[in-house]
Design a protein around this ligand. Sequence first.
Ligand SMILES: Nc1ncnc2c1ncn2[C@@H]1O[C@H](COP(=O)(O)OP(=O)(O)OP(=O)(O)O)[C@@H](O)[C@H]1O
Length: 610
Amino acid sequence: MQVHEQPSHTFQVDLRGLVDLLSHHLYSSPRVYVRELLQNAVDAVTARQNKRQDGTPGEIRLTVLPGALRVDDPGIGLSEADVHRFLATIGSSSKRDDLAGVEVARREFLGQFGIGLLACFVVADEITVVSRSATDPAAVPVEWRATSDGAYTVRTLPDDARPEAGTTVTVTARRGAEQWFTAECVRDLAGSFGALLRYDILVEAQGVTTKVNTTPPVWDRDHATPDTRRAALLAYGQETLGFAALDVVDLDLPLVGVRGAAYVLPVASNPLERGGHRVYLKGMLLSESASKLLPEWAFFARCIVDAEALRPTASREALYDDETLAAVRDALGDRIRDWLTGLAATDPERLERFLAVHQLGVKALAVHDDELLRTMLPWLRFETTAGRVSLAELARRHPMVHLARTVEEFRQVAAIASAQGLGVVNGGYTYDAALVDKLPSVAPGTSVVPLAADAVVAHLDAVPADRELAVAAFLAAARARLDRLDCDVVLRTFHPVSVPALYLDSREALHERSRAQAEADADPLWTEILSNLRATAPRAQLVLNDLNPVVRRVTGLADPELRATAVDALYGQALLMTHRPLRTTESALLNRALGDLLTWAADRTRTTEA
Ligand SMILES: Nc1ncnc2c1ncn2[C@@H]1O[C@H](COP(=O)(O)OP(=O)(O)OP(=O)(O)O)[C@@H](O)[C@H]1O
């Protein structure tokens, strides 16, 4: 069979489709057109300076014209051949090097993709570039004129059309996009994107010229003392981020060319919300809310940084999530950690102020960081039987620390455990249990044991046998009374004397209660099986304190009705001490008991008065 050679074709690009792609899917807003123009101008000046053409003026001028914007730069310029190669070919860029057959972006330039100029078509119908190359003394000015339908013309101009090397780009507003060309808008966009560019950015409108950037950035300026530097950084942060930071941390990673500052939020923020950072790449604003710049735990800080070696995504609106970003994130995290440990050593007052707002964040961080936990141990507060103290303080008093896993468990036994001389910490709050578990590894000589409510009762003293006998009838009545609530009643002696009764509900008993609830809802077969299980299952316990005067009186009551009311009241009071929300049946019981007691007291008063 004979094979016919097929003629080869070249792709045709429909520019309208491409512009639609850029405007609706790549860039989040047409405002980026100013950024792309600025970026090309900056790169052109950098390229010219790289050619050792010293004395190149570094001034980029944006002129607002009726329905158009003109950008003048004294940069490297373009020859006629360059125009064909770089402007007329989409995706072609002079800002990449061919290294061993692979094109790589050159570090010193902002642009790399060769599509930036197209962004102008999002707001413009026509782009005109008049340029004169600085590299070839014989080069004449050249004009490239392109329209959004993809047509373009190239022509050379007489020598005097542009005597100096450099480039002038003029974009003409498309109908309906005029709002992007007003003096106010251009000034705003140029000032926002170009705030940290190292060349002067001037905007001229109606004869008035304004410089919209300040060079060098505040962190690169000379400051008389560390205090004046700090004050300048704080003032810059307030102006840029809109809040008065609690503190500021200098950021400087020379290896990857990251400079800037981290600002500590003055109010607590949600650890789950990763805050956005203001990130500049080589002086050009990338994003006001870039993510992943700091480790997750550092949610209390917002950064403003200028970076050399981080990569943008193609839209230039976010950071490319690569290994360099991960390394930068770790290194910036280290800086913030150093600041924190530094504060502990040098400025405890400021640390206290910081912790008053961000304690939760630091705890989150300390869970994964023993060194930080060791440093912060004297500062982080926990709810304990010795009050709100640090773990270091608690461990000094009680080398064996008991850990209550839930707030409820802690509330049930805190008073009594402390009366028994136990050191208990409430591990029911976020991160606290995990931190307490780590105590022995950072504070040698300490140990942590789980606290079980029933274990505490086991330590309570039983009453003497004769007393137990004397109150047997009362206890039997009380048990019968509380049986329907799945609660057992025991009598013990314990301190503090002021506590009449404890309601103890171990986790198994809690589990049993939800099982009982299921039983109530289940069909008869299951009810039987479940209730057989129940006979042996743990129950809640009401532990009466035989040292308490009220309990002594109640156990001696003869009137069965009054006794029942008193048992209900003790039960209700013990429930209240656990601080957990009461169920409807429980609050009804408590209300009824109190009502009955009040009626009884009132009746008694009347009888006495009579
Ligand atoms: N003001 C200018 N002076 C000199 N050359 C320019 C200028 N503007 C554009 N060019 C040339 O046109 C090429 C294409 O520019 P374009 O903005 O489309 O892409 P880029 O800047 O290379 O990359 P990116 O898509 O990342 O912006 C540039 O690589 C550069 O060679």
